[in-house]
Design a protein. Structure first.
Length: 255
């Protein structure tokens, strides 16, 4: 609590100081959204609704997501799928996403990723547990695995943002977090590339730290932002085929 007085926590969206009164429950394990984000900014957040893609978890019916049925594309699924998952079968078994990636959440994620705002992961961890904790516990993964960044970028930032988020989810759920993957090279952001270029861009980008280290296990793969799903797909392939995981599910904070 003394730390909050000396270095007052701020809202991850607008930057206003969070009132000490709102932070007190945090220190007794009874935090609420008011402990992390101001009420006005919380109201501006757009959480992914219950109408989501059965595979990647993205909201359906929004630009870029589409809304198709797997049985219409040759994929054996009667559940609603987004356009991307409907066009190409995914290797991961299913997934969820927390928030829309928009003008409200973009600065939160960019500050965490590039501006050393590690405290933003506190709010994200709480929100994931509040909104998706029941799904995670029902899934009962053996471990939570973050999408890795390259060693060079981790040195520059001092951390892996997906690793921070995965660690917070682990703390709330009690499911162990493990850095099973490594990133061998820096890559161009997938959103800047066409479909074929995305695949080539990530070819050879990921590997297991130790082969068979997740043999027979159910994995929850965590990333900060899902735009095309190619990064999650590439990591899931490595976990399944090199790590010999039984199943991989994915969770993205924003999509």
């Amino acid at each position: 609590m003394l730390v909050d007085i000396i270095y007052p926590p701020v809202c991850p969206v607008c930057g206003k100081v969070i009132r000490v009164k709102s932070r007190i429950p945090y220190y007794y394990g009874k935090e609420t959204y008011d402990s992390f984000i101001c009420p006005a900014c919380f109201k501006a957040l757009t959480f992914v609704s219950e109408h989501f893609c059965a595979v990647c978890g993205r909201e359906l019916g929004v630009p870029g997501a589409g809304d198709v049925r797997g049985k219409e594309t040759g994929i054996r699924s009667a559940a609603p799928l987004c356009q991307k998952c409907g066009e190409v079968p995914r290797v991961f078994a299913g997934g969820r996403s927390l928030l829309h990636y928009d003008g409200v959440t973009r600065p939160v994620m960019m500050a965490l990723k590039y501006n050393s705002k590690k405290e933003n992961a506190d709010f994200i961890g709480y929100a994931v547990n509040d909104r998706l904790g029941e799904w995670i516990r029902g899934l009962a993964p053996d471990c939570i695995v973050p999408v890795p960044v390259s060693a060079e970028r981790e040195r520059e930032r001092g951390y892996n943002q997906a690793g921070l988020i995965a660690g917070k989810i682990s703390a709330y759920t009690g499911i162990p977090c493990a850095d099973l993957l490594i990133r061998n090279k820096n890559t161009v952001a997938s959103k800047k590339l066409g479909a074929k270029a995305r695949v080539l861009n990530l070819r050879g980008a990921f590997a297991m730290k130790e082969t068979d280290s997740c043999k027979g296990k159910r994995i929850l793969l965590v990333d900060d932002i899902c735009t095309t799903g190619v990064t999650l797909e590439s990591c899931a392939e490595i976990l399944l085929y090199e790590g010999r995981a039984a199943e991989v599910y994915v969770l993205s904070v924003c999509s």
